[in-house]
Design a protein. Sequence first.
Length: 103
Amino acid sequence: MNAATPFAPTASRAPVFISLVTNDISRGIVEAIVADNPEATVTEYPAMVKIDAPGRLVIKRATVEEQLGRQWDVQELHLNLISLSGNIDETDEEFSLQWGARA
């Protein structure tokens, strides 16, 4: 057995995901995610939306603000967040998910 945790993928293209409550704000966030992450796939459920991406998923403040038509604080994401998979890197400008150290 190696030192890596068997449950956490370490490959740079290991999939990550985020799930959000379905509402008007989340729809804008999802549109921003799709715009900034062309490889992301969106799956809609009755009360949530799940976005999967290979390797890395980024949510940029500026893109969300364009979609919502108003100022948006990255920490507002937590109000609509259900679940996620990946290591989090959060700044005032973006929220990203990926496995392993940021390149």
